[in-house]
Write a protein that binds this ligand. Sequence first.
Ligand code: CP
Ligand code: NVA
Length: 309
Amino acid sequence: MKHFLNLKDISAKDLRKILSEAKKRKNKRKALTTLQTDRDLPLKGKLLIQMFEKSSLRTRLSFYLAIKQLGGGTITLRSNELHLGQGGETLEDTAKILSTYGDGFMLRTDDDKKINDFRKYLSIPLINGLSPSSHPTQILSDIFTVEEIKKKPISKLKITWIGDTNNVLNSLIVASVKFNFKLSIGCPKKYIPHSSLMNWIRNQKKKVHIFNKPNEAVKDADVIFSDKVISLNDKVNVKQKLSHFKSFRITPNLIKKANKDCIFLHCLPRGPEVDRKVFLSKRSKVWHQALNRVHVQKSILLYCFDKLR
Ligand code: CP
Ligand code: NVA
C-alpha cells in the first residue's frame, strides 16, 4: 500500500504512471454512464472513508465517483460528528478503528500535523484531500487536464500562476519540478512562496520565475492558473488582502497579454480574483478541469492500493 500525501514524496515516474492510467481508463469508459463500473472492477469490495474538516464539493464527489467506478464504495465522515476532537477519543484510536473498518482514508484538514499523525497510526492508505500546505490531488489532475487540452507534454508549455501563495500553488510548484515545466508566478511582493519551498526547488536545480507585475508573469503563457485569494478558513483581514491583490485580477485584458491560445484554469470555488467574463469565456476550461478529477482520483486510488498496471 502507498500513501498520497504530497507530490514531493512521489517519484516523477509514478506520477506519470498515474496520469497514463487515468487516460486509459477515461478513454475506455466513454460509452458508460456515471455510476457504471469499469469492467475490471479493480477495487471491488473496498471501502474508502472520507473525512472533511473543511467544506468540499468537488473533492468529495470526485472521490465518491472514483471509488464507485472502480467497484468499491465510500462513506463520508464529518469530523465534528466523531469522538475525535469532541468526546476525547485519541487520533491513534480513531486511526486504528478507521484501519479496521475501511480500506483507505481520504482526509481534508486544517492541520498538516494531522496528516502526519494519521500516517503514523493508520495501516491503510492515506490520501491528502487538501491541507494548509498542499492540494496534491488537485494539481495532479490539473496536469492531466492541461496535457489533454493542449495535446502535448506539460514540459513543452509555459505555465503561469496569478494569485495568492497557498496550498494549490505549493503543489503546482512541486509539480513544475516533477514534470519539468516552466512556471511563472505573478503575485504581490508580500505573498511570494515560502523560502523553504524555494530552497527545495534550488536543491532540485530548478527555477520558478516570480513577477510582481501580472502583465510580465503572463507573457507567453500557454496556461494561466488561479485560485481564491481568500482560502478556506484563511485567518486574515479579508478586505486588506483583497486590496493587495486588486491589480492581480484576471481580466480579459490580462489574458490578451498571454499566448493567443492560452487557456484559463481554476480549481474552484472562485472569488473576485477572476473576472466573470474570463471565467465563462472559451479560454476557461474550469468545468472540464473539475470533471477530470474523477479520472485522476481513480488512478490515485489504484496507486495507493498497488493496482496500477
Ligand atoms: N477544488 C476543490 O478541491 O474543490 P472542493 O473544495 O469543492 O473540494
Ligand atoms: N486554496 C483553496 C483551495 C480550495 C479548493 C483553499 O484552501 O481554500
